[in-house]
Design a protein around this ligand. Structure first.
Ligand code: GFB
Length: 315
């Protein structure tokens, strides 16, 4: 068991996942959560990271800090995605080893499985085929991070575990239309169109790809659950095991926002991988299942979006 006053460092505590994990830990009664903003602690600077670990000596680490983005950001800036994510995870994982962190949780992403992996995708599909080209830089970095945790466990006995989340959404999401994922983009596009009285909204691709979506507070609860109950060498998929087409998703968000205009599909933009449905049987066998359904999650996410000051939204 993790003592409630254990020192837990959440790297990336202001991001979509990191902020949810802090909420989940606080809800669970953990009282000693260490946070550092990017300006306080540059995770790409090895010396600064090692000095931080030497001084703070965290007992547990959740590595939720990463350079992330949607399909457009990944496709246009692959060098940033491979470099920044590689250097962050090398610094944090090695420092966690050197300063004897009791347990570290590393976060992957379902887009790092092979493009044409058998669906639903089981954990064993990793590295069995070519990657989706639109996010290859990110995928190679994240695969290296999962493998690094596995090999530090195998060579040194470090309790470093990894999880593989599906597409996530919810509070503190990124609503910048050039770099965001699809769900926050739909919320913003339909909300802007409704407020401006626009006749239509332009969405990317054909709308035919299938995606799986997990509300971020469920993701955070699963992460805390794995920290408390899992120490296996293989990563664990975190998702719902349910998928929906982007077209159907757009209709749900359109209805939730109350936009009554048309949807125009811009097929000059990429669809990305056709499907990436996770096999979540391992997670269910460990004893965890999501609580928030997609329609409820979209409503919660939209309510959060409406409650924010324009200046505070990552737009
Ligand atoms: O969420 P998304 O950007 O990333 O796109 P992926 C999902 C699907 O939504 C794609 C379509 O087929 C997009 O073409 N889409 C339609 C849109 N309209 C929009 C829009 O306005 N904005 C966006 N962003 N998409 C990501 C990976 O893949 O999955 C990341 O690139 C990460 O690395 C993330 O792993 C979880 O789901 O295709």
């Amino acid at each position: 068991m993790i003592e409630k006053n254990a020192k837990i460092y959440v790297a990336g505590h202001r991001g979509l996942v990191g902020s949810a994990i802090v909420r989940s830990l606080e809800k669970d009664g953990y009282t000693n959560i260490v946070k550092r903003t990017h300006s306080e602690l540059d995770l790409t600077d090895q010396r600064v990271v090692f000095d931080f670990f030497a001084e703070e000596r965290p007992e547990y680490v959740v590595l939720a800090a990463a350079h992330v983005g949607g399909i457009n950001a990944n496709q246009t800036c692959p060098a940033d995605f491979i470099y920044i994510n590689s250097i962050i995870q090398c610094n944090v994982i090695k420092a966690a080893h050197d300063y004897k962190v009791k347990k570290l949780l590393f976060l992957g992403s379902s887009c790092i499985y092979p493009k044409m992996a058998h669906q639903p995708i089981s954990e064993s599909e990793l590295l069995t085929g070519p990657l989706e080209t639109t996010n290859e830089g990110y995928a190679v970095a994240k695969i290296a991070g999962l493998e690094m945790c596995k090999f530090f466990k195998r060579q040194y006995g470090d309790d470093f575990i990894s999880c593989m989340p599906t597409n996530l959404y919810g509070p503190n999401d990124n609503f910048n239309l050039e770099t965001s994922h699809v769900l926050p983009a739909l919320i913003r596009k339909f909300d802007d169109a409704k407020k401006n009285g626009a006749p239509s909204v332009e969405l990317w691709g054909t709308g035919s790809p299938l995606r799986e979506f997990l509300y971020v507070d469920d993701m955070a609860d699963a992460c805390v659950y794995l920290l408390q109950n899992y120490s296996g060498e293989e990563h664990v998929n975190i998702g719902t095991g349910k998928e929906i087409s982007i077209k159907e998703l757009a209709e749900i968000v359109k209805e939730t926002v109350g936009f009554e205009g048309e949807i125009v599909w811009n097929s000059a933009m990429p669809d990305g991988t056709p499907r990436k449905l996770l096999d979540v049987s391992k997670l269910h066998n460990i004893g965890w299942k999501e609580k928030v359904g997609l329609r409820d999650g979209i409503r919660l996410a939209y309510e959060w979006y409406l409650a924010q000051d324009e200046k505070d939204l990552k737009k």
